[in-house]
Write a protein that binds this ligand. Structure first.
Ligand code: HEC
Ligand code: HEC
Ligand code: HEC
Length: 236
């Protein structure tokens, strides 16, 4: 009995210090709510690469174009793939889902991330940008700590896994759209949907020593497909 307790207290000592670390992350992501693309307005502005790419994709129209005005507009079966955050915590009162496949469908609930960008450490709207210039990797870390997910880095182990939540590679897949027989050609689909451009973080990653790579392992790409060349930046 006593021995058991001793063992336990030893274990709980470790657990406490581990908890101290892990606790802050679930606490943040649990309270995060879906804010919708209007909450991502920095990315949606004119000339912003990922926003422009996104608007060209059908993801930005999956509800508008396919469900709106049909008997299936509110059908949960369809909403899980053609909409965002169905059944999740949404910031705007009374909303059961957000139309279309929005940024947060793949990047996670954004309310904490949004706060961070608008007011990092309570220092106002330029504080995050300053951090990004000074210490790009730390900037990425704090974004991820605030709940931002990027598949192949800190979310689903591979990008493909994320795509397969709503796409399929075989016509006989159970998790497929009842309205189409199209299948995903992953490489082609990825190329189309890829919206990375070279930013401060990518440049900083290229310069990392093997030592530093170990230090930042948690925020570096693990999925091979993320090592493919970035799309060239469009001239503004
Ligand atoms: C498992 C995810 C999933 C579910 C569930 C789902 N869809 Fe889809 N739907 C898709 C995807 C992905 C596509 C596009 C496929 C592609 O282009 O490769 C699509 C395409 C469509 C299209 C266009 C078909 C065409 O001719 O190109 C319509 C219409 C549609 N869905 C309606 C619905 C309706 C209505 C429901 C509910 C009854 C539904 N979907 C459920 C994922 C889904
Ligand atoms: C269908 C899933 C999906 C949607 C929707 C989506 N993203 Fe992404 N995003 C990804 C994945 C996967 C990556 C990494 C690989 C890539 O670019 O495809 C990524 C990468 C990014 C990056 C680049 C990070 C870097 O390393 O440069 C930014 C910025 C980004 N997304 C912002 C957005 C914004 C803003 C929206 C909405 C307008 C959005 N994403 C919508 C899945 C998605
Ligand atoms: C939350 C569900 C969801 C996820 C996750 C998702 N998709 Fe889609 N995607 C759809 C739906 C729904 C359509 C159908 C659009 C339509 O036809 O209305 C679609 C269509 C597409 C299309 C064809 C239309 C176009 O704009 O060219 C591509 C390409 C695509 N998705 C790529 C991807 C990739 C790559 C991933 C993984 C990074 C991914 N999708 C993840 C739901 C999703």
């Amino acid at each position: 009995m006593f021995g058991g307790w001793k063992a336990l207290s030893f274990v709980s000592g470790v657990v406490v210090s581990v908890l101290g670390l892990t606790f802050s992350f679930p606490a943040i992501s649990n309270s995060a709510e879906y804010v919708g693309n209007s909450g991502c307005k920095c990315h949606m502005g004119k000339g912003c690469f990922e926003g422009e790419e996104y608007k060209e994709r059908l993801h930005s129209n999956t509800w508008e174009k396919r469900l709106k005005g049909t008997p299936d507009a509110e059908n949960p079966e369809c909403l899980k793939c053609h909409a965002t955050a169905y059944g999740e915590k949404i910031a705007e009162a009374g909303k059961k889902y957000l139309p279309n496949v929005q940024c947060e469908a793949c990047h996670g609930a954004g309310s904490e991330y949004k706060k961070l960008k608008e007011n990092y450490q309570g220092k106002g709207k330029d504080a995050f940008k300053e951090l990004l210039k000074k210490d790009p990797l730390e900037a990425r870390k704090v974004q991820y700590d605030a709940g931002l997910i990027v598949a192949g880095i800190n979310g689903p182990a591979t990008v493909k896994e994320q795509c397969l939540r709503c796409h399929w590679e075989s016509k006989d897949d159970k998790n497929k759209c009842p309205k189409t027989d199209k299948i995903m050609d992953y490489k082609e689909y990825f190329k189309k949907d890829d919206h990375r451009d070279e930013d401060e973080v990518d440049i900083a990653i290229k310069k990392l020593s093997p030592e530093e790579k170990k230090k930042w392992a948690a925020i570096l790409p693990k999925d091979e497909i993320l090592n493919t060349p970035l799309k060239p930046k469009k001239k503004e």
